[in-house]
Write a protein that binds this ligand. Structure first.
Ligand code: URA
Length: 194
């Protein structure tokens, strides 16, 4: 089956998923958006209010920051794929819990297998620890490893993992926005050489 068809079917399954209690609270599940041929996949944590309303990832305030960071390195949303570890909004935007991550992460695993990105950028610590562990690395404090690259071998080839701060931090800590800017510049360089 072609990539497009596989992804559309998967997104449909996510929209109808009832594997955890968050499904009962949602307006919309948020499978992800962007190019199925993207070289870069961004993985956030979970949808917030606006994402739940619209069924799209990163369309609230943190999403504006993400758009700005992407445009600073000459990228648009349509050039990348954006998703989250947990596809439904946790109440009051709390962090996703372990059970929710366990129930939902197989969808992310499948998205990675279908899209076969060259670079995965986990945004924030939950996403960072899930992605690093998945590929056999130890999770570390995000303050220590943001912007660093980890190279993993997968069945579909090499993947570079580059954890970054969650864009929401830029809303209340301007110095971390600068760190994000620097990390996006590194991402641009890695992308040009990949
Ligand atoms: N924060 C996230 O981690 N993901 C979204 O989609 C929106 C905000």
């Amino acid at each position: 089956m072609a990539k497009d068809e596989l992804m559309k079917k998967l997104e449909e399954r996510i929209r109808n998923c009832k594997k955890c209690p968050l499904s009962a609270l949602r307006t919309n599940a948020v499978p992800g958006s962007g190019s199925y041929d993207a070289k870069v996949m961004f993985v956030g944590e979970a949808p917030g209010y606006w994402e739940d309303q619209k069924g799209l990832p990163f369309v609230g305030r943190a999403g504006k920051v993400l758009d700005e960071l992407l445009s600073e390195i000459g990228l648009k949303r349509e050039d990348v794929y954006i998703t989250n570890i947990v596809k439904c909004r946790p109440p009051n935007n709390r962090d996703p819990n372990e059970d929710e991550i366990k129930a939902c992460s197989p969808y992310l695993d499948r998205q990675i297998d279908i899209i076969r990105p060259k670079i995965i950028v986990p945004l924030g610590r939950h996403s960072m620890s899930y992605i690093l562990r998945k590929f056999g690395f130890e999770a570390e404090p995000i303050s220590r490893i943001h912007g660093k690259t980890f190279e993993a071998r997968t069945l579909f080839g090499k993947v570079i993992i580059m954890p970054m701060y969650h864009p929401a931090v830029a809303l209340y800590r301007p110095q971390l926005k600068e760190e994000l800017r620097k990390d996006f510049k590194k991402l641009k360089n890695v992308l040009m050489n990949t």
